[in-house]
Design a protein around this ligand. Sequence first.
Ligand SMILES: [Zn+2]
Length: 415
Amino acid sequence: MINIFKNIDSLVQISNDNSKFKTKENMRNICEIKDGAIIFNEKILWAGKTEDLGKALESIDYDYMVVEEMRGKTVLPGFVDPHTHLIFGGDRSAEFARRLEGATYVDIAEEGGGIQSTVRATRAASLEDLIKNGKKLLTNAIKHGTVAFEIKSGYGLTTDSELKSLEAIKELRKQFPVHISSTFLGAHDFPPEYKDKRDEYVDLICNEMLPLVAKNNLADYCDAFVDKGYYTVEQGEKIFLRAKELGLKIKMHADELADVNAASLAAKVGAISADHLLFVSDAGIEAMKQSGTVGTLLPGTSFFIRMPHANARKIIDSGAITALSTDCNPGSSFTENMQMILWLATINLKMTAEEALVASTLNSAHAIEQSDKLGSIEEGKEASFIILDVPSYKELFYHFGYNHVEKVFIKGKEF
Ligand SMILES: [Zn+2]
């Protein structure tokens, strides 16, 4: 059986030449077809203009077909969210309310809040609790149009609780039809018991955690928070070299709080992506461009904790590969909705609508090495796309604040 959607007012392919990613002015070319059509089963078999459908069908084998009219609709590749922290215990809504009343980070930490409260709750949570919470967020995210994810551990900070978090991600992989990349982030923060002996914790990561993660095949990537007050460039490099030795690839939290040359380290160790980049230097951007490291921008975080914004214009205009992500986490960006990120990227990061679309589909798929399967609507890719109840993709940006996604298809099946 094949499915046909025809008379799609706005069919946004993103790419039609099997590009793995787009940079610079090419990010403004989203390959929109007006009055478009697609033929698909679990994969996209053809995409083009409705008037060319008859001819396209001549070269496709099928027993029967189901045809649907899509007038007034926009079809986009599903969003790819390449940086999330969906696995955690506890609830920090009361702490957020305190922040709105004017409480500072220090006040909140003294009250027992902040990341350490999530660490306590994640350690105490059962594997089932972590899966249950992750399932809820993942389901919501898919309903808002996301069809592939990266999920990190990083709220346990002990060997057992980090492995438990990665087991929860593994279980979500089994239960959901979407692609999920798994990342070990034991170097998210320092656990309270290693507050004054940070290098010893780095050794624990290198000598105990990473070998177990690798042996049990629990992660695709290793990440570390290389920033002012967190992991130094030297500590980060030590962790990354060990991870690479064990067969893991690298992703990185880089230069979010200050320029500590984390982006240059990302380029040096061949990281797939360096994320945040609020304070990245020109040299850091150039190094990333040369190494092909994706710069993933997380405007939800700047919005939610009132931080400055990353200089997306400079990063895009430099020619570095630029992606977008939610950074969904309980402390600094509690949203699983990629549409929210598109609104923030256009208004706060000064990206065009087209750049934001490329950054949240094809380029974000590249940030988890999945752009050969996902991120565009073209022949041979997964039929993982979304239908919006608007006649133009432009309306998605203009009319903000509600869910435009009417249907989500993952590998050809409606979710
Ligand atoms: Zn993060």
